[in-house]
Design a protein around this ligand. Structure first.
Ligand code: KG4
Ligand code: ZN
Length: 342
């Protein structure tokens, strides 16, 4: 089976081709075009610019995908496209393209929930044994999800305010670091002293929820409040101290969740999962708990179409075989992509 993926939910345009063999999706090609330069001037993603950039990039990228991987439209079995959550105008570009291609080539087009895409990115890394506890850490989410099988999720914890990626971005901005904030902050933190500042994160026990607004505010104000002269080192020290506390909060919750819920695997996904310090801390937590640890390649942690194609494939295979045929509007886009989290 050949599956095309399309992702346009935020500031990355991405198209990917997967080949499924023996029930395992594998990446043939995964093209990602970042728009970050277009948003740099504004200090954050501007929705209207994002939509226009997707519109400009998508067709040439599809042509490039075909050129690089040599597939013909008639070879295609399925299309997966991100349907939400995300910027509405940006999503519309991908959904319109996916539906039009599906209609023109008589290929079913499956709407995919972006967060389910992130979770499924773990399956592109290695075969996974259920149940899996998955930490979803992106610009919009900080969820702890228990995945019992494909399509079966229970949310154990979430953020009460900011998502962890959002906190990384806002602290990076307050420290004057360039976009994208998360990777810039990680680079600064590598040069800093993680014990320089004793930031704290709210303790929400016994729940498995997290809160980042207090930590974000404390770290954002630390630069202005400090009388230190060595500004560059000060920024690095704040970044390192913020990262230490932000990640400690996640590790603690993961450890508690592992105690409360017997699982076979610990997974992590979303943009913040590209953070090396977090990866190391979670690997250590998994090892201590005696469960397998899985983490996607760094390029598959941030937004990409390969994970969307894979999630589309698993969604499609959940349907009864008799319903796995092309039909105009076979799938209800309004309800199909809702992540069925209990
Ligand atoms: O998953 P993603 O690409 O988009 C969303 O679905 O939100 O995640 C983007 C988020 C941003 O907040 C970005 O700053 C953060 O992931 N991020 C990182 C790193 N790389 C990306 N945060 C910390 N360390 C990183 N290396
Ligand atoms: Zn994402």
């Amino acid at each position: 089976m050949w599956v095309l993926g399309i992702e346009t939910s935020c500031d990355e345009t991405s198209v990917a081709l997967l080949r499924v063999q023996g029930g395992r999706p594998q990446i043939v090609q995964n093209l990602i075009a970042s728009q970050i330069d277009a948003h740099q001037l504004f200090g954050g993603v501007v929705p209207e610019i994002a939509s226009r950039k997707h519109l400009e990039a998508l067709n040439p990228m599809l042509a490039e995908l075909r050129r690089q991987s040599g597939f013909e439209w008639r070879d295609l079995d399925l299309i997966g496209v991100t349907h939400g959550p995300g910027l509405v105008g940006a999503l519309l570009v991908g959904v319109a393209a996916g539906k039009a291609l599906g209609y023109a080539h008589r290929v079913p087009c499956v709407p995919v929930n972006h967060i389910e895409g992130h979770i499924v990115s773990n399956f592109l890394a290695q075969p996974i044994t259920f149940p899996m506890l998955c930490l979803v850490v992106s610009g919009g989410h900080s969820d702890l999800v228990l995945m019992r099988e494909h399509g079966d999720y229970v949310r154990l914890g979430r953020t009460r305010d900011d998502a962890v990626g959002e906190a990384f971005d806002k602290v990076a901005r307050a420290l004057g670091l360039p976009l994208p904030g998360g990777p810039s902050l990680e680079r600064a933190a590598a040069q800093g002293n993680p014990l320089a500042f004793d930031f704290t994160a709210s303790n929400l026990e016994p729940s498995l929820d997290v809160s980042y607004s207090g930590l974000k505010t404390a770290a954002s104000q630390a630069l202005r409040k400090s009388t230190r002269e060595d500004k560059e080192q000060l920024v690095n020290d704040i970044a390192a101290s913020f990262q230490r506390v932000a990640v400690r909060q996640l590790r603690r919750n993961v450890e508690r969740a592992l105690q409360e819920h017997p699982v076979a695997t610990l997974g992590v996904c979303g943009g913040v999962a590209a953070n090396s310090f977090l990866r190391g801390q979670l690997e250590a937590a998994a090892k201590a708990a005696g469960v397998a640890f899985v983490v996607p390649d760094k390029v598959l942690c941030t937004d990409n179409a390969a994970m969307i194609a894979a999630a589309g494939y698993y969604r499609w295979m959940m349907r009864p075989e008799s319903e796995r045929v092309w039909q105009l509007d076979a799938l209800d886009f309004k309800t199909h992509s809702l992540l069925p989290i209990a």
